[in-house]
Structure formats: C-alpha cells, structure tokens
Design a protein around this ligand. Structure first.
Ligand code: ADP
Ligand code: TYD
Length: 209
C-alpha cells in the first residue's frame, strides 16, 4: 500500500496552517486516513531542534541553520513520513524541502546545487506527489501576523520585508519549474474560497493516483 504525500508551502502568514486544518477535516469527513505534520518540528527530536535553533537569541551560523533544517527533515522522513506512507496514509506537511530552497537559497543566498545535494541526502529522494504554494503579498502576510495576537516571533519572523519578497519570488520560480507537482493558490482571498480550491486540487490528485 502506498499513500500520498502533499506539502503546503508559503511565506509566514500566508494561511497554510489554517488551510491545512480545513483540508484535513474535509478529507477525514470523506473517510480518508490523514496524517498532519510540519517542518521544522514534526518529530520529538525535531521539536527539540526547532526550539534550539529557532527560539534562541544566539547568533546562528547560516550553514548551521541549513544543516539543522536538513537534520530535522531526515528524522521526519524516516520516523514519520515514510512509515505513514507505507501504511497508505495521506500525509500533509506544513512545509518541506522547497522551504529550504526558498528560505536558505533565495533568503540566505546558499548555492542551489549545494541545497539540492543536502536535500537529496536528508530526504533519500522522497518528493511530494503534490505541493500547494499559498501565494500572498509579503506586506499582506505581515499585516495578518500582526493581527494574530498570540503570535510568538521566532528568529525567521524577524527578517525584513525584502527577505520575504525574495523567498516568495523563489517559490514562484520553483513552482514554474515543476508545474506538474505544484499548484499556485492565490492566498490573498477569503478562507472559504481558498479552502475550496485547495480541496479541489487535492481531490484531483488523489483521483489520479
Ligand atoms: P501560516 O501557517 O502560513 O503562517 P496561518 O494559517 O497561521 O498562516 O495564518 C496567519 C494568520 O492569518 C492567522 O491569524 C489566521 O487566522 C489568519 N488568516 C489565515 N487565512 C486567512 C485569510 N484567508 N484571510 C484573512 N486572514 C487569514
Ligand atoms: P515555524 O514557527 O515553525 O512555522 P510558522 O511560522 O509557519 O508557524 O517557523 C518555521 C520558520 O522556518 C519559517 O519562517 C520558515 C523557516 N524554514 C526555513 O527557513 N527553512 C526550512 O527548510 C523550513 C522547513 C522552514
């Protein structure tokens, strides 16, 4: 039995988490076996790593950051994602490897070939069947996050707007390069409208496989 692997990508505040919960609820309602997870922090070790390098005031070396996201991913793939897929589950992850290409590549300026190699090692070549990119203007995402009263800022949330412009452009480039795997969703709309398009994209993929 082989499940399906779906990833959600987008800049912080694009509404991924909101949509992920909505999608999981719809899929479960129709009787599907769904596992929701996230990066970083999808496993107990990953949560410890996430705390150590994202919720810290220490100066984190960009190379250390790149490798720590990869370490989190290696644990996530082996301990959670692959076993769930082997059981036939639909695994939906709030971010995966494309986040490293966008944030550490375009955001931090790492060479894309290096990122490709690190990602191949961390994932053992596991690619999503479908990736949804929730596209929003960075300023609109910042406005949403400021609105979110309980939002706890981590190191990545403190980057200037220009950083998110670069990350967004990178996501759009990755999506254009792999149109079969990606679907770009206009995330500047209302929650219900986005949820309907999300469910349609996922149902279409599930019916195909
Ligand atoms: P992300 O996981 O991408 O950081 P969230 O789902 O946590 O984004 O959403 C960020 C904030 O924006 C939350 O306060 C959420 O309630 C709000 N939000 C999510 N989707 C929308 C939307 N379509 N329109 C307006 N606000 C939204
Ligand atoms: P987190 O608080 O876990 O997620 P969110 O803000 O979406 O609730 O923050 C994770 C941060 O790490 C987010 O800014 C994106 C960033 N990130 C990378 O820079 N590279 C990666 O490979 C991943 C998975 C995330």
């Amino acid at each position: 039995m082989k499940g399906s692997f779906i990833t959600f990508e987008g800049i912080d505040g694009s509404g991924k988490t909101t949509q992920l919960e909505r999608l999981a609820e719809s899929l479960r309602h129709s009787g599907r076996d769904v596992l929701i997870t996230c990066e970083p922090g999808g496993t107990p070790l990953g949560r410890e790593l996430r705390k150590a390098f994202l919720e810290t005031k220490q100066d984190v070396e960009p190379l250390a950051e790149l490798l720590l996201f990869a370490a989190d991913r290696a644990q996530h793939v082996q301990h959670l994602i692959r076993p769930a897929l082997a059981e036939g589950k639909i695994v939906i992850s709030d971010r995966y490897a494309d986040a490293t290409t966008a944030y550490q590549g375009a955001g931090r300026g790492f060479d894309l070939k290096l990122i490709e190699n690190v990602t191949a090692i961390a994932t053992g070549g596991l690619k999503p069947d479908l990736t949804l990119f929730f596209d929003i203007e960075p300023q609109a995402a910042v406005d949403r996050m400021e609105f979110r009263a309980a939002h706890k800022k981590n190191r990545m949330d403190l980057e200037p707007l220009e950083f998110y412009e670069r990350v967004r452009d990178a996501y759009l480039r990755i999506a254009a390069a792999e149109p079969e795997r990606f679907r770009v969703i206009d995330a500047g709309r209302g929650i219900d409208e986005i949820a309907a398009e999300t469910l349609e994209a996922v149902t279409e993929m599930l019916d195909r496989v």
